[in-house]
Design a protein around this ligand. Structure first.
Ligand SMILES: NC(=O)c1ccc[n+]([C@@H]2O[C@H](COP(=O)([O-])OP(=O)(O)OC[C@H]3O[C@@H](n4cnc5c(N)ncnc54)[C@H](O)[C@@H]3O)[C@@H](O)[C@H]2O)c1
Length: 313
């Protein structure tokens, strides 16, 4: 099978590439290193072709599809690291997405796998757990608006697609959200803000296994990948402290929820369990240990947030 993976050097894209390469599939990966790292993909693997470039480059994308003729497109590339960079977000998340959809239509790509953000439901969803029928309300960030554009185009494309709407994906190679920020601050003895929020955390390798099933033909349309249980941010913080084996560390500042912060974001996985069957969900402690081992070896490289957020100095 031939798989074209965008954002192949990112957290999710590289873990999906690992599985496809391990079973002998041919992989074409593209990345512009905006948030990803080359070290996330193997250097010498005859089944892997890596291209440094942007999905916003229409000619490049058309040529890559024409030459490689992928069976499946796995679209994980995205722009989010500067919440004020609306132009960059629209170029990658909007124009880049449309380039991939059009080229997939022109080259008879059999499956298009997309990774969407739960921010498409807004920062204060009206349901908990959130069902797939929840209205879209992405007007909270440039990231959510531009990501939703591509999902909407997919709906009218006629392509056979799966879109995974995700909350917080964590593990090795994770550069965004609270985990790398807490790790980095705890390592240097700095205090952290911890809100009272509960969020839906998912181990990246568990997601990658589901994504490969989708590439193989399971599922149609939108899905939530979630264990069905949320985790308090303080539990995440405590798990990092434990994995770091810290005896002496600053107590976190517990902050009440802001007006635009939901007490819990939890995704309803019922359709996913029905269509994909049993899914392995790795315990939080193992997930955090794997992430900490990665940061210890390779450094954090990131600590980005999709929304404006702050930690004490
Ligand atoms: N990580 C999460 O918690 C989470 C939650 C919801 C949705 N998602 C979605 O999952 C996907 C992957 O997320 P991730 O955690 O792996 O992020 P990531 O930052 O690790 O990976 C994104 C990759 O895309 C690359 N990239 C950015 N702009 C590009 C461009 N123009 N052309 C080619 N490559 C480009 C980056 O360099 C990076 O390697 C994204 O689409 C994201 O919106 C992630």
């Amino acid at each position: 099978m031939k798989i074209f993976i965008t954002g192949g050097c990112g957290q999710i894209g590289s873990h999906i590439a690992d599985i496809h390469l391990a079973r002998g599939d041919e992989v074409l990966a593209i990345d512009n290193f905006e948030t990803g790292r080359r070290l996330h993909l193997p250097e010498n693997n005859s089944k892997l072709t890596f291209v440094e470039g942007s999905i916003a480059d229409k000619e490049l994308i058309e040529n890559l599809f024409g030459d490689f003729k992928p069976d499946v497109l796995v679209h994980t590339a995205c722009s989010y690291k500067d919440p004020e960079n609306w132009y960059g977000d629209m170029l990658t998340n909007g124009v880049g997405g449309v380039n991939l959809i059009k080229s997939s239509m022109d080259n008879d790509v059999k499956r298009f796998i997309y990774f969407q953000t739960a921010l498409t439901y807004g920062v204060t969803p009206v349901e908990n757990p959130i069902t797939l029928g929840h209205p879209k309300n992405p007007a909270n960030s440039s990231y959510a608006i531009s990501k939703t554009t591509t999902e909407d185009y997919l709906e009218i494309s006629g392509l056979d697609y799966v879109t995974f709407r995700l909350a917080n994906v964590i593990g090795p190679r994770n550069v965004s959200g609270p985990l790398p920020i807490f790790y980095e601050r705890l390592k240097s003895g700095k205090k952290c803000f911890v809100t009272e929020a509960r969020r839906d955390f998912l181990y990246v390798k568990d997601l990658a296994a589901v994504a490969v099933k989708a590439a193989d033909g399971t599922g149609h349309g939108p899905y939530h990948v979630s264990s069905g249980s949320d985790i308090a941010i303080i539990e995440l913080y405590d798990a990092i402290v434990k994995a770091l084996k810290l005896n002496d560390y600053p107590e976190p500042d517990l902050r009440p929820l802001g007006d635009d912060e939901a007490a819990s974001i939890l995704l309803d996985p019922v359709k996913t369990f029905t269509d994909f069957g049993e899914i392995n969900f790795t315990p939080l402690s193992e997930t955090i240990t794997a992430a900490v081992e990665y940061y210890d070896e390779y450094g954090v490289h990131g600590g980005y947030t999709h929304l404006k957020q702050s930690q004490p100095e």
